[in-house]
Design a protein around this ligand. Structure first.
Ligand code: NBY
Length: 834
């Protein structure tokens, strides 16, 4: 059905178009209107939550209009689009970002003040959109910001989880998980009840031969679940471009409930069907860097991938182009292997539904997809059991077998008789049961595979994907070092620093071209500039200290060195090494005379991060941090010399407050395990220094900012394998300082020692896989260098300024431009006057 308004009536439409508020008065009018009509409240009944809602709705109205125009412009231009498929989008709050990107925050601030509200309090009302675990999900969010800001025609596709990552509470020192129901009031999403896709599961496949001798497969039976689109506008910074993030929600296909069951008196079961369908998009799996192989997770993946591809193909078909032009119009990026079924689904659409030949279809598929790998950890590499596949997606399993067969035939031609090679690269792992290796499928189905930092991209080429480099040649494998959006992570999180920088660079253009930060290096000896620089850091620390007092009851001195490690809790990230280091510091302090103690650098050790609910060791680490805090923070002898804080429920909006307040942050993963890291970039961009290992993007950060501005320590990635081998087959002695730490724990200094024996025996008795003992001495020594450097405040400020000035490379804008040119082959869409 043609839905567009006929020509004669369009004039009336254009005359009645609105454009949202224009100035402070207009903004206030809109806020009051939304309070009084949309929310049905009044000035006698308007709390901060209502002010937040009305303010968001006023901004939303402006966004929608630009969003519609952007979509019309993209449709009209009919140029190539990129689709970013990610099971996670860790967006955080939207209002502040919308105000800044549209460039109307000052207007809102003044307007809200006149109406009786402080803008900071209003912003604080918003619940984080936390549809992600950690770095991978936040990267997707930064990419959306850059894609819109750079005017690329791009859509994100994800799942609309009813529950995002759980809320973490710390009760008696233990993590407790609480569901995060975030959809009560969400002005940033638009349900598209008219945009739905029926998704099939289970059933059976029949094959027949048509008149031309071609085999036709049909997939019948099983059950249908409906996917409903919810759209989220993504505003670009200082551009009208507003892209779309489409999140799918699941619903029973038969509408409200199954009438047949209802009429036969089985009302309860008809409701149960409904609920079962809704379960698909109910909850985000809370594991980072761990694959658990649950059936519901595979259902989520197919549900989301099938709906997204249907949508993408539907849009392509409207253009009436030949299929072979598909890769010239469409680029699809796979954010890790989670969306890899898209490769199979597109092949199924082209072969089974559109009747293309296998080879032509496969050429289209491989030219469309790109795959980004985010980990080398074996436990995080996705595998699905063949029987599960057979049951849930019978046709897809057949297609995977065919894809594998043709792939292995090409490998066989290149490496005749190399059966080991065939076994190693096969998409099917010959295990009991057989498993589908999703990373192998993603590589075979894509034209480019990239890692997320130089070391990581080298590692995947020489370790987990080595054979594929031989099969496909090295050009298929590439690096795109991660980046972060300076809009959220500098301008929004640290407005005073952003302001100081713009006063020296002459404009806010550095927020669009981060390499302009280099200009501030000219001022590094300017006393006024340095003073202001230090004052901003101090003010950010005061704000965090207040927050710590409010949430934990502990007084911390803002003049102390703030040493921060905030990220998901994982053994490879080595929070255990950090807390062992803190214990070592505590024991050292206790052994000193009061006179000697005074020479010590006062420090606040700040931790934050969630443990996956089933990750016992990670939970033990959280417990130890809290147990150490309980002792140290109440030790009168120690006072301000050492405080240990665990901040509950670390998330994006808390990161925005914590990161600008750090002097030092810890990025101390075992070398070769952290693919990139992105918070390392955020901390340095906010004037904090890093203590870190030669891992992930730390290496490139060092190259950019200079070795004198970072505290590197520990063994190198190239040596890790040998060291591990030695743990198992050679002699393994624990570092003597670490032994003392263990003794203190075992003596009961921090409560029941049995609670912490897992962490100790992992190092002492189970091979110390993460090299905690091997790196401990170097870590402690380097922390001493940090103390010394910090006592030279002037030297520290110089390091801080130089580092920020040299961080231009780490903008996600640079990163997105690299993807656009090297992988997607897309161009920005110029904004003409409309
Ligand atoms: O991706 C992270 C990497 O650890 C980090 O080094 C990198 O900077 C970042 C962006 O490239 N990976 C990550 O966050 N991964 C996950 O959150 C994740 C979530 C789920 C699953 C696997 C990994 N899963 O298999 O379910």
């Amino acid at each position: 059905v043609e839905a567009s308004i006929p020509e004669p009536q369009r004039k009336a439409w254009l005359e009645h178009q609105t454009s949202g508020f224009k100035d402070k008065d207009g903004f206030e009018t809109e806020v009051v209107r939304h309070v009084e009509t949309t929310l049905a409240r009044s000035m006698y009944n308007c709390d901060e939550q209502a002010a937040y809602s009305a303010c968001s709705l006023a901004f939303r109205d402006r966004l929608i209009l630009e969003w519609n125009r952007t979509q019309q412009r993209q449709t009209f231009a009919d140029s190539k689009r990129v689709y970013y498929l990610s099971l996670e989008f860790l967006m955080g709050r939207a209002l502040d970002n919308a105000m800044l990107n549209i460039g109307q925050k000052d207007v809102a601030k003044a307007g809200l003040a006149e109406l009786g509200f402080r803008i900071e309090d209003v912003i604080e009302q918003e619940h984080d959109a936390a549809l992600g675990n950690g770095g991978l999900g936040r990267l997707a969010a930064c990419f959306l910001d850059s894609l819109a800001s750079l005017n690329y025609p791009a859509w994100g596709y994800g799942l609309r989880y009813r529950y995002g990552i759980f809320k973490q509470e710390i009760i008696d020192g233990y993590q407790v998980e609480v569901p995060d129901y975030w959809l009560d009031f969400n002005p940033w999403e638009f349900p598209r009840h008219d945009v739905t896709v029926d998704i099939q599961f289970y059933g059976h496949v029949t094959k027949r031969t048509d008149d031309n001798g071609k085999t036709i497969a049909t997939w019948d039976g099983g059950e249908i679940v409906k996917a409903v689109a919810y759209d989220v506008p993504i505003p670009g910074y200082a551009t009208p471009s507003t892209n779309n993030l489409r999140l799918w929600s699941s619903k029973a296909a038969s509408g409200e409930f199954d009438f047949q069951k209802f009429n036969s008196g089985d009302y309860e079961n008809s409701v149960a069907d409904q609920q079962r369908a809704e379960t698909i998009s109910a909850v985000l799996y809370p594991n980072d860097n761990l694959d658990r192989g649950k059936e519901l997770r595979l259902k989520q993946q197919y549900f989301w991938v099938a709906a997204s591809l249907y949508d993408i193909v539907r849009r392509f078909k409207k253009s009436k182009r030949a299929w072979k032009e598909f890769p010239e119009q469409v680029a699809i990026q796979l954010n890790d292997t989670h969306p890899t079924l898209a490769v199979v689904e597109l092949q199924r659409i082209l072969v089974d539904l559109e009747g293309l030949d296998w080879d032509e279809a496969w050429g289209i598929v491989t030219n469309t997809f790109g795959y980004t790998n985010h980990t080398v950890l074996p436990e995080a590499l996705e595998k699905w059991s063949v029987p599960l596949f057979q049951h849930l997606l019978p046709r897809h399993l057949q297609l995977i077998y065919d894809i594998n067969l043709f792939f292995l035939q090409t490998v066989e031609r290149k490496f005749p008789k190399d059966r080991d090679m065939l076994g190693r690269v096969s998409i099917i792992e010959e295990a009991q049961p057989k498993m589908v290796r999703m990373a192998h499928l993603a590589i075979v189905g894509s034209h480019k595979v990239n890692g997320v930092a130089e070391l990581h991209s080298d590692l995947i080429k020489t370790t987990i994907f080595k054979d594929f480099v031989e099969v496909f040649g090295p050009d298929k494998f590439t690096n795109v070092t991660n980046g972060i959006t300076p809009r959220r992570w500098l301008h929004q999180a640290n407005p005073r620093l952003s302001e100081l920088i713009s006063s020296k660079t002459g404009s806010q253009n550095f927020l669009k071209d981060l390499t302009e930060l280099a200009k501030i290096e000219h001022y590094k000896d300017d006393p006024d500039f340095r003073k202001e620089w230090a004052e901003i850091k101090y003010a950010n620390k005061v704000r965090l200290a207040k927050y710590i007092k409010k949430t934990t009851g502990v007084d911390v001195n803002p003049s102390a060195l703030f040493d921060v490690q905030v990220k998901r809790i994982h053994e490879y990230k080595r929070q255990q090494m950090n807390i062992f280091g803190v214990i070592h510091r505590y024991l050292t302090l206790k052994s000193l005379s009061p006179e000697e103690r005074k020479k010590f650098q006062p420090k606040v050790s700040i931790f934050g991060g969630k443990a996956a609910p089933g990750y016992w060791m990670a939970k033990q680490i959280i417990h130890l941090i809290n147990a150490v805090g309980a002792v140290v923070n109440n030790d009168k002898e120690i006072g301000d010399l050492l405080k240990v804080i665990f901040l509950e429920d670390y998330n994006v909006s808390k990161a925005e407050m914590i990161i600008p307040a750090s002097d030092l942050s810890e990025h101390i993963s075992t070398a070769g395990t952290e693919a990139s890291g992105t918070s390392n970039m955020k901390f340095v961009l906010n004037g904090g220094l890093i203590i870190g290992t030669c891992d992930g993007a730390n290496i490139e950060i060092t190259r950019e900012i200079g070795e004198q501005n970072i505290f590197l320590f520990g063994n190198l990635a190239e040596d890790v394998e040998d060291i591990r081998h030695n743990h198992t087959y050679g002699s393994h002695t624990v570092d003597p300082d670490l032994v003392k730490v263990f003794e203190a724990i075992e003596k009961g200094t921090f409560g029941e020692p049995n609670d912490f024996m897992g962490m100790i025996s992992a190092v002492r008795d189970h091979g110390d896989f993460y090299l905690v003992s091997d790196d401990f001495h170097s870590y402690i020594e380097t922390q001493e260098l940090v103390d010394k450097a910090y006592r030279d405040q002037e030297g520290w400020i110089t390091k801080s300024i130089e580092s920020v000035a040299r961080m231009g490379f780490f903008s996600s804008d640079r990163c997105i431009n690299e993807y656009a040119e090297g992988i997607w082959n897309i161009e920005p869409l110029p904004i003409k006057d409309q």
